[in-house]
Design a protein around this ligand. Structure first.
Ligand code: AMP
Length: 415
């Protein structure tokens, strides 16, 4: 089956075409055929389209909305320009898989999208006012374009974490607030944590229920996950993606009293404060320079910038704190796995996160760490390290495509 995987943001549309099927999943032989990104939908959009094995085609095109953007993408997919093997018309796209950020307690696994599912995703908008409406735009557009003959599947960022116990997901606020409004921790990046745990099992031949690892998704958004007996046991993001680790522009954990303090001292409104915590904090807020880790590392190396160093150190310190907490919660783990743009590409950050943890049995192999080539997966711990460390590039799109196939064929996934 050719699956179109869509990940829609408020003004962006990311896609991949992946050929997969039950036997291809079994053989791990799925094939990415094309990918692309449209940014700045609603004005002069930046369009990047790339068929497998060919160079990327970049253009500026005025695209009014997500529906027009999807039209543009699908016209290219079936065009002579793209020449994607096995795809000559829209009929060669057999299913569409959508990334949906928030599924709350309603969606604990991926589902075929019908009217009831759309209503359910709409009901979760309160919990993800920025993300779910954008995801829905992609769903509405694809339904309109492909019609009901092409099945569509929603894969939720939250669903992997639905196995968390109450002790992990409840906030210690009056219990009736959870009952009344479902205020609790949900966690995000679930598809990424699930993917790297799966790859770890493939690499180590571990059984699902024997997998006890800590996965660290360190990108522009960052989260840690304690995976116990193969299931999410705890994760650092909460009701929204704001909680937990230091991120590009989000500060992660803070004392909630800071909010009232800011209201008085800086005469800020709630929406001003929301913008500070979501868009002006984290690496950007600490450094005063950028939310981009690569640029901060350059600043540190080339200019010895004190605030760049401070931002990187606080970032690593927070990750370390979560590793310690999760090792205690899980009564130990067998491996720590890095993924995401920073986790996959920065030996310096990995080194700072894992430095001085030898007492806990975590020893990083400097040569293996520095020698880990971007895009490759493998171990970076010393041979005798009691807790192993790995780098595993994430591939959320692949899992979305696989879940789509399983839902369409009505085959429950094993993990
Ligand atoms: P993501 O959101 O997963 O795409 O990750 C984006 C983050 O990864 C940004 O902070 C980038 O600066 C960072 N990143 C990408 N490549 C590198 C690299 N080689 N070294 C350090 N950080 C990197």
């Amino acid at each position: 089956m050719n699956v179109l995987v869509l990940n829609c943001g408020s003004s962006s549309l990311k896609f991949q075409i992946i050929e997969t099927d039950l036997d291809l999943i079994e053989k791990n032989a799925d094939k990415q055929k094309a990918k692309g990104l449209i940014e700045r939908i609603g004005s002069q959009s930046l369009v990047t389209l790339q068929a497998d094995g060919k160079s990327a085609n970049k253009q500026a095109v005025p695209l009014r909305d997500h529906r027009t953007a999807l039209d543009h993408v699908t016209k290219w997919i079936i065009s002579h320009d793209a020449q994607i093997p096995g795809i000559a018309s829209l009929g060669d796209i057999h299913a569409v898989g959508h990334r949906v950020v928030h599924g709350a307690e309603k969606f604990t696994k991926s589902v075929i999208i019908g009217d009831d599912v759309i209503k359910g995703i709409e009901d979760c908008i309160d919990l993800a006012p920025l993300h779910n409406p954008a995801n829905l735009k992609g769903i509405y557009a694809a339904r309109e374009l492909f019609g009901s003959a092409v099945p569509q599947v929603a894969v939720f960022d939250t669903s992997f974490h639905s196995t968390m116990p109450e002790t992990s997901y409840l906030y210690a606020i009056p219990y009736q607030l959870y009952r009344r409004h479902k205020i609790r921790r949900y966690g995000f990046h679930g598809t990424s944590h699930r993917y790297v745990a799966y790859r770890y099992r493939e690499l180590t031949k571990k059984k699902h229920e024997e997998t006890n690892v800590i996965t660290l998704h360190l990108g522009n958004g960052c989260s840690a996950c304690a995976i116990k007996n193969g299931k999410s046991f705890d994760t650092s993001m909460g009701l929204t993606p704001l909680e937990g680790l230091v991120m590009g522009t989000r500060g992660g954990d803070i004392d909630p009293s800071v909010i009232e303090f800011l209201m008085h001292k800086e005469a800020m409104s709630m929406s001003d404060i929301d913008a500070v915590l979501n868009k002006q904090s984290g690496l950007l807020g600490l450094s005063g320079l950028t939310n981009d880790m690569r640029d901060l590392l350059d600043e540190e190396r080339e200019h010895n910038d004190r605030r760049a160093t401070l931002a990187i150190c606080i970032f690593a310190h927070r990750v370390k704190k979560y590793i310690g907490a999760y090792l205690a919660e899980m009564n130990g783990a067998e491996a720590i796995i890095f993924t995401g743009g920073i986790g996959e590409n920065s030996p310096t950050v990995r080194q700072r996160v894992l430095a001085d943890l030898d007492w806990l049995g975590i020893e990083i192999d400097e040569n293996a760490n520095v020698g880990m080539i971007s895009g490759k997966e493998g171990e970076i711990s010393k041979p005798g390290s009691r807790v192993k460390s790995y780098v595993i590039p994430t591939n959320e799109e692949l899992l979305i495509a696989r879940d789509t196939v399983r839902c369409v064929k009505d085959v429950p996934r094993r993990w």
